[in-house]
Design a protein around this ligand. Structure first.
Ligand code: 9MG
Length: 264
């Protein structure tokens, strides 16, 4: 899953694809590169979820993502995912051609559950402690692995009760969303157990603070660390890797796969 942030303020690529309006020429060129490097999903988001980010209006979010989804749909035969927690954006994105909803708030915004259900699309349910503004203030858990796992299962139960089928659900422990490095590492080591629930698991660690904390590198130097982490997640059985650097991640994955499993 390639990340396409149509925002002025995302932590890594803010402003690249948006400057007062979506920069469609850049988006299409970048998406083409991601797809030819091996990505099969394009994740389009209009609202930054970095720690401390503020929310934007519904109309602003729509103005950012809908023209991009339409342009991608017209040009490429890829799965387009919309990274949104907003009911109106989910509905309009589905109508514009999105085929997956990636909600970092796990359908907890007012009306989100109903809107996502109406679209009939699969949904990624991500764990976050607190809100995007406050989540890194003082994250705390009794036992991060047990707490996050139980929280995700409660969201699964809520979705199933609302009318989703199990086949529509993807789970994500939400690396960096209300977690310290220790929390993130413990959750990463528990990935295989989360995968054993039978739900596909999405992992997003690309260029995040946890990679910076492990390597001591600033954002622009976290590509190798991120690709390595993604490859390890894939080796544990993660179904979807949300990444900025598709070609590098693909290389890390196929080298790890070939050397660990031998020539197939
Ligand atoms: C939007 N977004 C930013 N980080 C993410 C992550 O780790 N997972 C998912 N599902 N979405 C994310």
């Amino acid at each position: 899953m390639a990340i396409l942030n149509i925002t002025p303020d995302s932590f890594s690529d803010g402003g690249t694809f948006y400057k007062g309006e979506p920069r469609l020429d850049r988006v299409l060129k970048y998406a083409e590169g991601c797809l030819s490097a091996g990505s099969s999903i394009l994740d389009v988001g209009g609202e930054s979820s970095r720690p401390g980010a503020s929310t934007i209006s519904i109309s602003e979010e729509l103005d950012r993502v809908i023209p991009v989804i339409e342009a991608l749909r017209e040009r490429f035969d890829a799965v387009i995912s919309v990274d949104s927690s907003t009911p109106e954006v989910m509905r309009e994105s589905a109508a514009a051609g999105a085929r997956l909803i990636n909600d970092v708030r796990s359908l907890q915004r007012l009306g989100a559950m109903e809107a996502a259900l109406e679209t009939g699309l699969p949904v990624c349910l991500m764990h976050m402690q607190g809100t995007a503004k406050t989540m890194q203030d003082q994250p705390s858990y009794k036992d991060v692995v047990i707490d996050v796992h139980a929280w995700l299962m409660r969201r699964v139960d809520a979705c199933l009760a609302a009318g989703f089928t199990a086949k529509q659900l993807v789970l994500d422990p939400g690396f960096g969303f209300g977690k310290t490095l220790e929390h993130n590492v413990a959750l990463f080591q528990d990935l295989a157990q989360l995968i054993q629930t039978g739900y596909p698991v999405l992992v997003g660690v690309s260029r995040k603070t946890m990679i910076g904390e492990i390597t001591g590198r600033p954002i622009e130097q976290r590509i190798i660390g991120s690709a390595m982490a993604a490859a390890i997640a894939a080796s544990h059985g993660a179904a979807i890797l949300r990444v900025h650097d598709v070609a590098e991640t693909r290389d890390a994955m196929i080298v790890m796969q070939t050397l660990m499993q031998g020539m197939q």
